[in-house]
Ligand binder design. Sequence first.
Ligand code: LMR
Length: 394
Amino acid sequence: MLENLTAQPADKILALVAQYRADPRANKIDLGVGVYKDATGNTPVMRAVKEAERRILSDQTTKAYTGLAGDPEFGAVMRDLVLGDSVPAERVAAVATPGGTGAIRQSLELIRLAAPRATVWLSNPTWPNHPSIIKYLGMNMAEYRYFDNETRGVDFAGMLADLEKVAAGDVVLLHGCCHNPTGANLTYEQVQQVIGVMHKKAAVPLVDIAYQGFGDGLDKDAQITRQIASSFENCLIAASCSKNFGIYRERTGILMAVAKDADQQALAQQNLAFLNRQNYSFPPDHGARVVTTILKDPALRADWEAELEETRKGMLDLRQQLADELRRLTNSDRFDFLSAHRGMFSRLGTTPDKVDALRDDHGIYLVGDSRMNIAGLNAETVPVLAKAIVNAGI
Ligand code: LMR
């Protein structure tokens, strides 16, 4: 049987991780996979996470199953964190998922159940796992323009023009904040226009929010998601706790489905539980319990928010340092976009051969589409990267 298998396409982000690990150069710099690193290159366990784990370890009295949707308290605290009071709780169905990827996967499975012929529209570019999963599930997919390679900002006219082609009932996937891989984001006013077009087209929004708190702050980063949740009868929201709680390997995420009323919410909830059962039964609990413990305890929550804020400001500082250094070296404002971008990533907007040159000649690893993880930098590596960018003729 196994002889019938053919090799599957490698995930380009994860392939890069392996390539970086195999590189023997001591001064190599990893700006590939989206993992936050502090100034010493470590991905720390956040203080509040450590404390929550300590409490769970000492107080937990059972490891019996939760429910198919996970612990309902996790659903409630995440609904508040992501949606605030933008939509009444009784309209929101929610299931815990293994990470943000699990939430995306379950959202697509739900779409396939409810609207098997719908086309899912993705930004060009988007996180490579979006099209990969859609293709794997055999669903229809299309792209809308998003990134302007000249300005390194959003190609908003292109985006609106492409959204005009969306058919009624199609799904439009939007990044809630900190667009991955570009770092270029819609303004609040632009989101209003996007909502307008989507209403006109009777499209259904699917929001992927994986970096809440990494851009402009917890509430501001949730603004687009909340705006969408409050504007549509139905929408889907896939949220990840990997980055903002730094619990990557605990696989903690949530899928929320906003329904038009309580009856529809109950139906959506039943379907989401069914999908969890088909795919893995009960979702992982540890990370979800850590998040719930933190968000329900005012002191722990304040400490988590403070540490997240330090992380966010650290990334903004690194952006500014890199933009300043490149301004100095090139005597131009060509790289000022770096300080305007938000989140972990910025797309340099250069060619794959120059990305290869950065890796081969300087040991600097970017994803092939020239996405770099800003959080992989530190004060020492910023000038090294800036010089290499200039040397590579970017
Ligand atoms: C990334 O884009 O680097 C992260 O979301 C990690 C991943 O799973 O690809």
